[in-house]
Unconditional design. Sequence first.
Length: 280
Amino acid sequence: MFDPAIKGIATALAAVPGVDAVVLGGSRARGDAGPGSDYDLGLYFHSQSPFLVQDLARAISPFVDPGSGTSLTPIGEWGPRIVGGGWLTVGGMPVDLLYRCVEDVEATIDDALHGIVQVDYQPGHPHGFVSTIWLAEIHHCKPIFDANGSIDKLKQRLDPYPRALGLALVEQFQWEITFAAGNAAKAIGRNDRSYIAGSIFRALACMAQVICAMNGMYVMNEKGAMRLAASLPVTPAELADRIDMVWNGFASGDHDGSLRILNRLAHEVAQLVEAWRSKG
């Protein structure tokens, strides 16, 4: 199931004091990785007994390709949501490490089960870091080492997909689809293409959140979110093709035509939401 080189470094990481679990995440865990996709390894720790970065560095040093360099951050250096991690090359493969605190993830799941969703500014996440990304990480990840069952317990809390979370995500993001499209329209007269493009992206990212929520699908991040939304049962017809039409219209300068398609999609999503809500 796991590449031998990845299993080797994961075994070494699992032996580091303070590492509670090691999981395979990202596209490799979801099953939609390409040939050049990174390996994402999540390192989970408890708040009262975190690992030391120097211990991680010693554990991984025999596995890192010579001359490739190793970059590891302290816990918390990448902010409260990304937390920390590092970039490595192991057996010619790019490997990303990401730190996660078990108690913080538990608290985020508690909030989500009660319909509380938080969005934080975060470089690398142009739509913001939606707190439910942590839920998606747990849901999709493949545990390599989980001796204390921490990941398994968290996974059990997310199945089935909580209705309260779906309602909260729809409430949080549906209104912004038309709002962002309206902002884009106001910028046409100034030919402010950067603002128009950003507003279209915001509208589509919000649309993806709403569609995935109705389908009970956890969203990992913005990358591939619209492709995922287009593949789900409850979604506007020919969504992927119509999104291409939105961007093709923008690229050709037909901003009005692009936004007509976007607003039509917003209307269809609203109809789907109404039907979904009525089913309870």
